[in-house]
Design a protein. Structure first.
Length: 272
Protein backbone atom coordinates (compact mmCIF):
# COMPACT_ATOMS: atom_id res chain seq x y z
CA UNK A 1 0.00 0.00 0.00
CA UNK A 2 1.34 3.40 -0.95
CA UNK A 3 1.33 6.46 1.28
CA UNK A 4 -1.88 8.47 1.13
CA UNK A 5 -1.86 10.54 -2.05
CA UNK A 6 -3.42 13.49 -0.20
CA UNK A 7 -1.78 13.74 3.22
CA UNK A 8 1.06 11.18 3.02
CA UNK A 9 -0.42 9.05 5.81
CA UNK A 10 0.66 5.43 6.27
CA UNK A 11 -2.28 3.89 8.14
CA UNK A 12 -5.50 2.64 6.60
CA UNK A 13 -9.01 1.50 7.43
CA UNK A 14 -11.00 -0.81 5.18
CA UNK A 15 -13.55 0.92 2.93
CA UNK A 16 -16.71 -1.08 3.67
CA UNK A 17 -19.74 -1.69 1.49
CA UNK A 18 -22.51 -1.39 4.09
CA UNK A 19 -24.94 -3.53 2.09
CA UNK A 20 -22.69 -6.60 2.09
CA UNK A 21 -20.49 -5.73 5.06
CA UNK A 22 -17.41 -6.57 2.97
CA UNK A 23 -14.45 -4.43 1.99
CA UNK A 24 -15.01 -2.73 -1.35
CA UNK A 25 -12.82 -3.98 -4.19
CA UNK A 26 -12.41 -3.88 -7.95
CA UNK A 27 -12.00 -7.20 -9.73
CA UNK A 28 -9.21 -7.01 -12.30
CA UNK A 29 -8.58 -9.31 -15.27
CA UNK A 30 -5.30 -8.69 -17.09
CA UNK A 31 -4.62 -9.25 -20.79
CA UNK A 32 -3.03 -12.63 -20.05
CA UNK A 33 -6.10 -13.79 -18.13
CA UNK A 34 -4.70 -13.25 -14.61
CA UNK A 35 -7.43 -12.29 -12.13
CA UNK A 36 -7.07 -10.49 -8.80
CA UNK A 37 -8.83 -7.96 -6.60
CA UNK A 38 -7.81 -4.40 -5.86
CA UNK A 39 -8.97 -3.72 -2.32
CA UNK A 40 -10.08 -0.21 -1.48
CA UNK A 41 -8.84 1.57 1.66
CA UNK A 42 -9.57 4.82 3.50
CA UNK A 43 -6.83 6.95 5.07
CA UNK A 44 -7.37 7.18 8.83
CA UNK A 45 -5.94 10.69 8.93
CA UNK A 46 -7.74 12.55 6.12
CA UNK A 47 -10.36 10.06 4.85
CA UNK A 48 -8.98 9.84 1.30
CA UNK A 49 -10.06 6.65 -0.50
CA UNK A 50 -7.31 4.79 -2.33
CA UNK A 51 -6.78 1.41 -4.00
CA UNK A 52 -3.99 -1.06 -3.32
CA UNK A 53 -1.83 -1.32 -6.43
CA UNK A 54 -1.02 -5.03 -6.12
CA UNK A 55 -3.00 -8.02 -4.82
CA UNK A 56 -2.51 -8.99 -1.18
CA UNK A 57 -4.33 -10.50 1.78
CA UNK A 58 -5.41 -7.66 4.07
CA UNK A 59 -5.75 -9.02 7.59
CA UNK A 60 -6.00 -7.61 10.51
CA UNK A 61 -12.63 3.05 18.90
CA UNK A 62 -12.96 5.60 17.04
CA UNK A 63 -15.83 6.67 14.83
CA UNK A 64 -13.66 6.21 11.72
CA UNK A 65 -12.77 2.55 12.27
CA UNK A 66 -14.96 -0.27 10.95
CA UNK A 67 -15.76 -2.12 14.18
CA UNK A 68 -17.61 -5.39 13.64
CA UNK A 69 -19.34 -6.72 16.74
CA UNK A 70 -20.14 -10.43 16.40
CA UNK A 71 -21.46 -13.31 18.43
CA UNK A 72 -21.56 -17.09 17.99
CA UNK A 73 -24.03 -19.65 19.26
CA UNK A 74 -22.23 -22.95 19.78
CA UNK A 75 -23.83 -26.37 20.03
CA UNK A 76 -23.37 -28.88 22.81
CA UNK A 77 -20.94 -31.71 22.18
CA UNK A 78 -22.29 -35.28 22.13
CA UNK A 79 -20.63 -38.02 24.18
CA UNK A 80 -21.10 -41.28 26.05
CA UNK A 81 -20.74 -41.61 29.82
CA UNK A 82 -21.48 -44.15 32.57
CA UNK A 83 -24.31 -42.30 34.25
CA UNK A 84 -24.44 -38.67 35.30
CA UNK A 85 -21.48 -38.78 37.66
CA UNK A 86 -18.07 -37.91 36.25
CA UNK A 87 -15.42 -39.67 38.39
CA UNK A 88 -12.57 -37.45 37.20
CA UNK A 89 -12.34 -33.83 36.14
CA UNK A 90 -12.69 -34.67 32.44
CA UNK A 91 -14.55 -37.24 30.40
CA UNK A 92 -12.41 -39.61 28.33
CA UNK A 93 -12.06 -38.14 24.80
CA UNK A 94 -12.63 -41.64 23.39
CA UNK A 95 -16.24 -41.23 24.53
CA UNK A 96 -16.73 -38.14 22.37
CA UNK A 97 -19.19 -38.79 19.54
CA UNK A 98 -19.40 -35.30 18.06
CA UNK A 99 -17.41 -32.18 18.91
CA UNK A 100 -19.37 -28.92 19.04
CA UNK A 101 -20.13 -26.92 15.92
CA UNK A 102 -21.32 -23.34 15.40
CA UNK A 103 -25.10 -23.18 15.09
CA UNK A 104 -25.35 -19.57 13.97
CA UNK A 105 -23.67 -16.20 14.07
CA UNK A 106 -24.72 -12.58 13.92
CA UNK A 107 -22.67 -9.44 13.36
CA UNK A 108 -23.17 -5.70 13.03
CA UNK A 109 -20.92 -2.68 12.51
CA UNK A 110 -20.83 -0.01 15.19
CA UNK A 111 -22.78 2.97 13.88
CA UNK A 112 -25.05 0.84 11.68
CA UNK A 113 -28.43 -0.77 12.36
CA UNK A 114 -27.88 -3.55 9.81
CA UNK A 115 -27.33 -7.02 11.28
CA UNK A 116 -25.69 -9.73 9.17
CA UNK A 117 -26.36 -13.31 10.18
CA UNK A 118 -26.43 -16.93 9.10
CA UNK A 119 -27.67 -20.17 10.62
CA UNK A 120 -27.23 -23.83 9.77
CA UNK A 121 -30.19 -25.60 8.19
CA UNK A 122 -31.96 -28.47 9.89
CA UNK A 123 -30.01 -30.91 7.69
CA UNK A 124 -26.69 -29.22 8.47
CA UNK A 125 -27.49 -29.26 12.19
CA UNK A 126 -28.04 -33.01 12.16
CA UNK A 127 -24.87 -33.47 10.08
CA UNK A 128 -22.87 -31.23 12.48
CA UNK A 129 -21.83 -29.20 9.42
CA UNK A 130 -21.12 -25.49 9.83
CA UNK A 131 -18.70 -24.95 6.93
CA UNK A 132 -21.07 -22.94 4.75
CA UNK A 133 -22.02 -20.39 7.39
CA UNK A 134 -18.42 -20.03 8.61
CA UNK A 135 -17.04 -19.14 5.19
CA UNK A 136 -19.50 -16.23 5.14
CA UNK A 137 -18.46 -15.03 8.60
CA UNK A 138 -14.79 -15.36 7.74
CA UNK A 139 -15.17 -13.01 4.76
CA UNK A 140 -17.03 -10.48 6.90
CA UNK A 141 -14.40 -10.47 9.67
CA UNK A 142 -11.64 -10.25 7.06
CA UNK A 143 -13.13 -6.95 5.87
CA UNK A 144 -13.42 -5.28 9.30
CA UNK A 145 -10.71 -3.16 10.93
CA UNK A 146 -11.58 -4.22 14.48
CA UNK A 147 -13.59 -7.19 15.75
CA UNK A 148 -15.54 -6.86 18.96
CA UNK A 149 -17.64 -8.98 21.28
CA UNK A 150 -18.31 -9.89 24.90
CA UNK A 151 -15.56 -12.35 25.91
CA UNK A 152 -14.62 -12.39 22.24
CA UNK A 153 -10.91 -13.00 22.89
CA UNK A 154 -11.29 -16.03 25.16
CA UNK A 155 -14.40 -17.59 23.60
CA UNK A 156 -15.65 -16.50 20.17
CA UNK A 157 -12.30 -16.09 18.41
CA UNK A 158 -10.93 -19.38 19.75
CA UNK A 159 -14.11 -21.31 18.90
CA UNK A 160 -14.18 -19.76 15.44
CA UNK A 161 -10.50 -20.54 14.80
CA UNK A 162 -11.06 -24.18 15.80
CA UNK A 163 -13.97 -24.61 13.41
CA UNK A 164 -12.16 -22.79 10.58
CA UNK A 165 -9.21 -25.16 11.02
CA UNK A 166 -11.36 -28.31 11.13
CA UNK A 167 -13.31 -27.17 8.06
CA UNK A 168 -10.15 -26.47 6.06
CA UNK A 169 -10.89 -22.74 5.83
CA UNK A 170 -8.31 -19.96 5.88
CA UNK A 171 -7.77 -18.17 9.21
CA UNK A 172 -8.27 -14.48 9.82
CA UNK A 173 -5.19 -13.04 11.48
CA UNK A 174 -3.82 -9.66 12.45
CA UNK A 175 -7.12 -8.17 13.58
CA UNK A 176 -7.23 -5.95 16.64
CA UNK A 177 -10.11 -6.65 19.01
CA UNK A 178 -12.32 -4.89 21.51
CA UNK A 179 -13.56 -7.22 24.26
CA UNK A 180 -16.36 -5.60 26.26
CA UNK A 181 -15.88 -8.17 29.05
CA UNK A 182 -12.24 -7.08 29.45
CA UNK A 183 -13.18 -3.40 29.35
CA UNK A 184 -15.88 -4.00 31.98
CA UNK A 185 -13.44 -5.84 34.26
CA UNK A 186 -10.60 -3.36 33.83
CA UNK A 187 -12.44 -0.04 33.84
CA UNK A 188 -15.60 -0.57 35.91
CA UNK A 189 -16.89 -2.29 39.04
CA UNK A 190 -20.27 -3.70 38.04
CA UNK A 191 -21.73 -6.21 40.50
CA UNK A 192 -21.75 -8.67 37.57
CA UNK A 193 -19.92 -8.52 34.26
CA UNK A 194 -22.40 -10.75 32.44
CA UNK A 195 -23.71 -9.34 29.17
CA UNK A 196 -27.35 -9.39 30.27
CA UNK A 197 -26.61 -7.67 33.59
CA UNK A 198 -24.64 -4.82 32.03
CA UNK A 199 -27.19 -4.48 29.21
CA UNK A 200 -30.02 -3.86 31.63
CA UNK A 201 -27.93 -1.51 33.77
CA UNK A 202 -27.33 0.59 30.68
CA UNK A 203 -31.00 0.64 29.71
CA UNK A 204 -30.94 -2.06 27.03
CA UNK A 205 -33.45 -4.90 26.66
CA UNK A 206 -33.11 -8.18 28.59
CA UNK A 207 -31.86 -11.33 26.87
CA UNK A 208 -34.32 -13.61 25.11
CA UNK A 209 -35.17 -16.79 27.00
CA UNK A 210 -33.24 -19.89 25.94
CA UNK A 211 -33.46 -23.17 27.83
CA UNK A 212 -31.26 -26.25 27.97
CA UNK A 213 -33.90 -28.22 26.05
CA UNK A 214 -33.52 -25.80 23.13
CA UNK A 215 -29.84 -26.67 22.70
CA UNK A 216 -30.68 -30.38 22.94
CA UNK A 217 -33.43 -30.12 20.30
CA UNK A 218 -30.97 -28.70 17.78
CA UNK A 219 -28.44 -31.54 18.00
CA UNK A 220 -30.99 -34.34 18.36
CA UNK A 221 -33.66 -33.45 15.78
CA UNK A 222 -32.50 -30.28 14.01
CA UNK A 223 -35.66 -28.43 15.01
CA UNK A 224 -36.25 -25.56 12.55
CA UNK A 225 -38.38 -23.75 15.11
CA UNK A 226 -35.58 -23.88 17.67
CA UNK A 227 -32.96 -22.84 15.12
CA UNK A 228 -35.01 -19.70 14.40
CA UNK A 229 -35.34 -19.10 18.15
CA UNK A 230 -31.57 -19.38 18.69
CA UNK A 231 -30.91 -17.13 15.69
CA UNK A 232 -33.16 -14.44 17.20
CA UNK A 233 -31.35 -14.90 20.53
CA UNK A 234 -27.98 -14.41 18.83
CA UNK A 235 -29.11 -11.23 17.05
CA UNK A 236 -30.40 -9.88 20.37
CA UNK A 237 -27.00 -10.46 21.97
CA UNK A 238 -25.31 -8.59 19.12
CA UNK A 239 -27.64 -5.61 19.42
CA UNK A 240 -27.17 -5.47 23.21
CA UNK A 241 -23.43 -6.07 23.06
CA UNK A 242 -22.95 -3.38 20.44
CA UNK A 243 -25.06 -1.04 22.56
CA UNK A 244 -22.78 -1.68 25.52
CA UNK A 245 -19.68 -1.08 23.42
CA UNK A 246 -21.00 2.22 22.09
CA UNK A 247 -21.57 3.44 25.66
CA UNK A 248 -18.31 2.26 27.25
CA UNK A 249 -15.96 2.72 24.29
CA UNK A 250 -14.73 6.09 25.50
CA UNK A 251 -13.38 4.40 28.66
CA UNK A 252 -11.27 1.84 26.77
CA UNK A 253 -8.21 4.08 26.45
CA UNK A 254 -7.54 3.11 22.82
CA UNK A 255 -5.50 5.35 20.54
CA UNK A 256 -7.22 7.25 17.73
CA UNK A 257 -5.52 5.05 15.11
CA UNK A 258 -6.38 1.75 16.84
CA UNK A 259 -7.36 -0.77 14.19
CA UNK A 260 -5.50 0.79 11.26
CA UNK A 261 -3.23 -1.26 9.05
CA UNK A 262 0.32 0.03 8.65
CA UNK A 263 2.14 -0.10 5.34
CA UNK A 264 4.59 -2.69 6.69
CA UNK A 265 1.69 -4.90 7.84
CA UNK A 266 0.06 -4.75 4.42
CA UNK A 267 3.21 -5.74 2.55
CA UNK A 268 3.79 -8.70 4.89
CA UNK A 269 0.41 -10.23 4.03
CA UNK A 270 1.66 -11.56 0.68
CA UNK A 271 -0.50 -12.12 -2.39
CA UNK A 272 -3.61 -14.12 -3.07
Amino acid sequence: MQNCEVCGGKKWFSHIDRQTGLQRKHHITTADGTEYDLRIWRCWRCGHVQEEESPFIPMGYRSAANILYFDLEVSKSMLFNYGLKVPSKYINPDDLIHEYYIICWAASYVGSDKVYSSCVTSEQALAWNDKEILSQLRDLIDSADIIAGHNVDAFDIRKLNTRLLLNGLQPVTGKKSLDTLKIARQKFAFESNRLDYISQKLGLRPKDDIRNKDWLEIVTNGSERTLKKVMKYCKGDVKNGKGILEQIMRFSGKRADYGTMKLTDLYMRGTR
